[in-house]
Design a binder for this molecule. Structure first.
Ligand SMILES: Nc1ncnc2c1ncn2[C@@H]1O[C@H](COP(=O)(O)OP(=O)(O)OP(=O)(O)O)[C@@H](O)[C@H]1O
Length: 751
């Protein structure tokens, strides 16, 4: 161990030296190209340094002793010195037996050793011996590194997901190391490690296909910002920092939509038919006037009639260009007709092409002509199209004629108000779709025509700020690593480099580019995505190299998937493969038995995953007179009885405000709703939707009857709620306990 850490220290020192040297040249100016090269060298060295620091804990966690007497140490990164390989990266093919070897198929191993470390010291070893004959069947079936695994699972949760690099199980390893191309679905019940496996797969793919993925990047989509915070430390702890983590609400650059529509509204907006609605909404803005428009130009008056507009419109539509580009065709056609009319009225008779062009350009700048053209075929941004559609009953009636009047009414909204967020998460795929239909508008046109409305200005300001933050973070990191932060101020350092994107990482560039095509996309909680969201995600991954992670039984969103076939076939022609995870590493067996009864109510054909652990305390229920009055007491008692760690109180959406307020008022340190402190708080009150993908040591589920009946996917929601706990589960109810929870015992009396 000491040899490995000595090598790590030496590498850190030499990388630091290289970085210092590069930055030492910083003050001497040089050409733009020199600066750019320097920046990218500095970026490379600092990324490497960050990677070397990230692996300090658990640098080496295993050893493989082969039957041919050779040995390999397995760790977070590969290390070698002049003479030999000291440590094998866990992702290298040589490391594979560490995760896959079984007594039945030892893969050339005599022994696999799991090392438990604290700091730089080994504090325990756990061996799997493979060269013993006559092992019992039970022993053959044991989990890989059982002691190490169970020790890791029993640890108190910190509110942040940790990597599992030392205890990856064989069924998980197969998924992590699956080939890059194609769409791989990872289906598995709660707690089977889908998320953590997907993150390790990202690290593995970056290691194995570094060149390709460094260029195109890897995108990981998660269900909400709290979830992203929950998982954000896993990849850096595996030495990978250049991966983009996002929610659907962030996928349109410049916007972070966190508002959530009511389920029935989200369902309508997520419906695949919305693609047709937006296409019609665009066509609706390509107008033919009902009556002739008279253009008063002073000396003459021109007639812009239906006939001229129809001709110009069909030519523009036939051009095959998108709306904003086809506008040029429409405008030219109309101006040609008007120019000929003008020539006639001015008594110029037949005119040649040059004269026609001159007249056209003159007319183009006439205010009356400009106004008419803008009414008939306006430049449109995605924001304008969507706001224009959702705030107008007439436009909705036309564009969404396929929807029922009730469905259209669900989409109708008030105009945006200054300073108030307007967009919801389900608007983001619609904005993206609109952008695809409209095409870009020239920057110069945008500025000249002052097209941007309030919303858009706010959006572009946000995009600029986003970019500035990247610059600042980068600058701060570099300055901190080099110890130069006292000398150069991060703001100035960032300013010097702004405008030059060569030093930005792939993930940073991809984040601000709506049309970026990723090398690989991982979608977590994929069952929640609506058909419109899938369209957007698929556009970001034309190569269809994807890992789709989820559990159909946990679908809470009414527009979410009911089967992977229905979700993926339209984009893959049925060519996707599925891997299943079957072991639950989170929820103890007694808790899972309760959840399994609820799963049977979702669909009797579904099978709950098998748990690897047992609970110290049986799950219980308690009936109270009033949730608002009594829940804080139950929470406080749970905290007093517990052994630390994290606790969540999961409540129905409709009771969130009331119960959140009650618990935060009655329990010190409690927080309500998703926010920056959710993961660190000793108690968090959350809706089931906000707890998706998260886990806590203790969970209290309040008002299960309301969770069940509040949504058409109520049983799935209750199933999710019951499977969030790693240790204890309590259910607090006022009316009779729902029959699906009959297995719960009454809460034991306090000692
Ligand atoms: N091989 C392993 N070694 C140690 N811990 C593991 C292993 N596999 C999974 N875990 C742990 O089990 C817990 C559940 O994992 P994860 O959140 O990835 O499950 P999931 O399938 O995404 O669950 P859900 O569908 O409920 O969100 C996590 O704490 C994870 O670290």
């Amino acid at each position: 161990m000491s040899r490995l850490y000595a090598r790590l220290d030496a590498l850190r020192a030499s990388t630091q030296l290289s970085l210092d040297q590069v930055l030492g040249q910083g003050g001497r100016g040089g050409t733009h190209q020199n600066r750019s090269e320097r920046d990218s060298m500095a970026g490379m060295h600092s990324a490497r340094l960050a990677r070397l620091w990230a692996v300090e804990n658990g640098l080496c966690f295993g050893r493989l002793d082969h039957t041919d007497q050779t040995s390999h140490y397995i760790g977070r990164i590969g290390l070698s010195d002049d003479r030999q390989r000291l440590l094998i990266d866990w992702r290298a093919p040589v490391a594979q037996p560490f995760y896959r070897a079984t007594p039945a198929s030892p893969m050339g191993l005599a022994r696999r050793r799991h090392l438990q470390t604290r700091g730089r010291r080994v504090i325990g070893v756990d061996d799997d011996l493979f060269d013993l004959d006559g092992l019992s069947d039970d022993a053959r079936a044991t989990l890989n590194g059982e002691a190490a695994l169970l020790a890791s699972l029993a640890e108190t949760r910190t509110g942040r997901m940790r990597d599992i690099v030392a205890t990856i199980q064989a069924e998980q390893d197969r998924i992590i190391r699956a080939d890059l191309p194609g769409v791989l679905v990872v289906q598995g019940g709660p707690g089977t490690g889908k998320t953590v496996v997907a993150l390790h797969r990202a690290a593995y793919l970056l290691y194995t296909h570094r060149e390709k993925l460094d260029r195109r990047g890897v995108l990981i989509l998660g269900p909400n910002l709290t979830f992203l915070r929950y998982i954000e430390q896993v990849l850096p702890s595996l030495g990978e920092t250049d991966v983009l983590l996002m929610t659907i609400g962030e996928m349109f650059p410049g916007l972070t939509a966190t508002l959530r529509d009511r389920p029935e509204v989200a369902q309508v907006k997520g419906d695949a038919r919305m693609a047709g609605v937006l296409a019609r909404a665009v066509r609706d803005r390509q107008r033919v006037p009902a009556e002739t428009i008279h253009l008063d130009l002073g000396r003459i008056t021109l007639r812009l009639d239906r006939h001229i507009c129809e001709g110009a419109r069909s030519k523009a539509m036939r051009s095959g260009r998108l709306h904003n580009q086809a506008r040029a065709v429409f405008v030219r056609q109309v101006l040609n007709k008007l120019a000929r009319q003008a020539a006639k009225l001015l008594g110029r008779g037949v005119i040649d092409d040059d004269e026609l062009a001159d007249l056209r350009e003159e007319l183009r700048t006439e205010p009356a002509v400009k106004t008419a053209l803008n009414r008939l075929w306006p430049y449109l941004t995605p924001h304008q199209l969507l706001i224009g559609l959702f705030t107008s009953r007439e436009r909705l009636d036309y564009a969404a004629a396929d929807f029922t009047p009730d469905e259209r009414a669900l989409m109708l909204r008030d105009s945006p108000q200054r300073g108030r967020p307007w967009y919801t998460e389900s608007d983001v795929p619609l904005l993206d779709e609109a952008a695809e239909l409209l095409g870009e508008i020239d920057e110069a046109v945008l500025r000249a025509t002052a097209l941007q409305n309030e919303e858009e200005l706010a959006a572009s300001r946000a995009a600029e700020e986003h970019e500035r933050q990247f610059e600042l973070t980068y600058a701060r990191e570099v300055l901190q690593l080099t110890g130069l932060s006292d000398i150069i101020d991060a703001e100035r350092f960032a300013e010097r480099h702004s405008g030059d994107v060569s030093h930005l990482t792939t993930a940073e560039r991809a984040a601000t580019d709506r049309t970026w095509a990723f090398g690989h996309v991982i979608v977590d909680e994929a069952q929640e995505l609506s058909p419109m969201a899938w369209r957007m995600v698929m556009r970001r991954c034309p190569a269809r190299s994807m890992t789709v992670v989820g559990d159909i039984a946990q679908t809470g969103s009414t527009s979410g998937g009911r089967s992977w076939n229905a979700v993926l076939d339209p984009y893959t022609g049925g060519r996707w493969r599925e891997e299943r995870l079957t072991v639950n590493y989170r929820t103890p067996a007694e808790l899972m038995a309760v959840a399994a009864d609820v799963l049977a109510a979702v669909d009797p054909a579904l099978e709950a995953p098998a748990s690897v652990r047992e609970a110290a305390e049986a799950p219980w229920s308690v009936r109270v007179a009033s949730l608002a009055a009594d829940l804080p007491g139950v929470v406080a008692a749970g905290l007093a009885a517990g052994t630390g760690g994290t606790m969540a109180v999961l409540v129905p959406e409709s009771a969130m405000a009331e119960l959140g307020a009650a618990v935060t008022a009655g329990v010190p340190g409690a927080v309500a709703g998703p926010g920056a402190t959710t993961l660190e708080a000793p108690v968090a009150v959350l809706t089931v939707a906000d707890a998706k993908g998260l886990e806590f040591d203790s969970v209290l589920v309040a008002a299960p009857d309301r969770i069940l009946t509040e949504s058409v996917r109520g049983a799935s929601d209750l199933y999710v709620a019951l499977t969030r706990a790693t240790r204890t589960l309590g259910v607090v109810h006022t009316g009779p306990l729902p029959t699906v929870l009959a297995r719960l015992a009454p809460r034991p009396a306090a000692p």
